[in-house]
Design a protein around this ligand. Structure first.
Ligand code: ARG
Length: 474
């Protein structure tokens, strides 16, 4: 081998190492193209860019404070990062798949423009960086979700208020059970959504601690001021164990779990709307803007939004389960598997947000067919329990009263008459306690008014609840 050949070889090696500067001096060869394709995350984690940049600026400011950066270097880094943020938001930034993820793309571009950028990653690893970015992202996302939940709650309350006099049968086992106000039924969803909001707020509080400064796994030999970074980023404090901090995705699990449950609630609401808008029920009309037709059957008007919302809740559950399975076998601490959290996270966040928004928009335009509801609620059998209560009020033990009314129902069925049309002699025959005041029991409005307790569908109570929600949600 000639001398010049050897020089050439060395030159080739240097060039390769430089082109592989991404991983530093350790690597002599570029990653296989397949590996790049398989492992890149920038095609989806680019969405973290604002939070990545916020985190980097806070870290850099701290590095200046502890004199790793000069004031001039910090200024240049900050300006460079803000410029990159602007370019990304305007769609002008060039993302490189061979830079793997959002973190490396931003840092590499910064460093190519600002020499001091090479100091930004001091005492930082992508492990604590990504843990920080994702916390910031989820924290913001929760605020958006909460906004949408509140709006949907308001929409449901407004609907209840608009149709306050409408009575429907409430169901158990999807069999008519007892009459309730439609508003009472709607407020049940307002309660569910309120617990959903509570769970999101809890999760938001619990995740609000800064992982940055944990390094790859074991902190850093450089004396960082973690509290200073936490303050800048609005964290309540700092994480207390570097190994936990870089491997913890509990906060994503909590978020996905709260999202999945909220999705389940929306799915149940959807199911009610689908039933109510069917010809069999005919209680409500969904506006044309939120329904679709059939390509074959000209008469069809389908509640697709509600059906999709019901269907999408499956995705939310799936994403939660995916993440739990992803985490369950991981040894401490960071493992690349964790990169797989993001698509699940983004998908759930987007899906829930859209479902909340479209549900509210659709419900703002819903029309109620009061007469149809009334007809369904007017079945006297719905007041069989009230009839038993009537006997209880006359001193009959409830179990006996239940038995007597059961026999009355069977008799009415045998005679093929509605329960309220048995004759006085027949009532008396069933129990001497029945009197002429029995017809009061069958007055629908009275039946609701007779229920005095908090939590019952008494019109006064429901109105109070509506006022309470209006106040709480304003
Ligand atoms: N793209 C990676 C992720 O989302 C960033 C962290 C990579 N860390 C590492 N040690 N390879 O998880």
């Amino acid at each position: 081998m000639s001398k010049s050949n050897g020089v050439k070889k060395r030159a080739t090696k240097v060039a390769k190492t430089q082109s592989q500067s991404l991983w530093g001096g350790r690597f002599a060869e570029n990653p296989a193209e397949l590996l790049q394709k398989y492992s890149e995350s920038v095609s989806f984690d680019w969405r973290l860019y604002r939070h990545d940049i916020r985190g980097s600026i806070a870290h850099a400011r701290m590095l200046q404070k502890i004199k790793v950066l000069t004031a001039g270097e910090f200024k240049a880094i900050e300006a460079g990062l803000l410029q990159i943020e602007k370019e990304i938001s305007e769609g002008k930034f060039v993302w490189c798949v061979d830079r793997e993820d959002v973190h490396m793309n931003i840092e590499a571009t910064l460093t190519s423009r600002v020499p001091a950028g090479a100091k930004l990653h001091t005492a930082r690893s992508r492990n604590d960086q990504v843990a920080t970015d994702v916390r910031l992202w989820v924290r913001d996302q929760i605020s958006q979700n909460l906004h949408a939940i509140r709006f949907l709650q308001k929409t449901l309350v407004a609907w209840g208020q608009k149709d306050l006099q409408v009575i429907i049968p409430g169901f158990t086992h999807l069999q008519r059970a007892q009459p309730v106000l439609l508003a009472h039924h709607l407020l049940a969803y307002v309660e569910m959504l309120d617990r959903d909001a509570g769970r999101l707020i809890d999760a938001q509080k619990r995740m609000n601690f800064l992982p940055l400064g944990s390094g790859a796994i074991a902190g850093s030999t450089i004396a960082l001021d973690r509290e200073f970074v936490a303050q800048q980023l609005g964290f309540e404090g700092i994480t207390r164990n570097s190994m936990d901090a870089v491997s913890d995705r509990d906060f994503v699990v909590e978020y996905l779990s709260a999202v999945a449950l909220c999705g389940v609630h929306l799915s149940r609401l959807s199911e009610d709307l689908i039933l109510w808008s069917s010809a069999e029920f005919g209680w409500i009309r969904l506006s044309d803007a939120f329904t679709t037709g059939s390509s074959l059957m000209p008469q069809k008007k389908n509640p697709d939004v509600a059906e999709l919302c019901r269907g999408k809740s499956g995705r939310l559950i799936g994403n939660l389960v995916s993440l739990l399975v992803l985490l369950k076998g991981l040894p401490m601490t960071y493992n690349r598997d964790l990169q797989e959290d993001k698509e699940r996270l983004f998908d759930s966040a987007d899906t829930l947000q859209m479902s909340l928004e479209i549900m509210a928009a659709m419900l703002q335009q819903v029309e109620v067919h009061g007469a149809k509801c009334r007809e369904a609620a007017s079945d006297p059998l719905l007041l069989a329990t009230d009839l038993a209560d009537y006997l209880v009020n006359k001193g009959v033990p409830f179990r006996h009263a239940h038995e007597i009314v059961g026999r009355a129902v069977a008799l009415a069925e045998k005679l093929k008459v509605p329960l309220n049309q048995l004759e006085m002699a027949e009532w008396k025959n069933l129990s001497p306690h029945f009197g002429s005041d029995i017809q009061n029991v069958f007055q629908l409005e009275n039946a609701l008014k007779r229920r005095p307790m908090v939590g019952a569908p008494n019109p006064k109570r429901v109105e109070q609840e509506i006022q309470r929600w209006n106040k709480r949600l304003s």
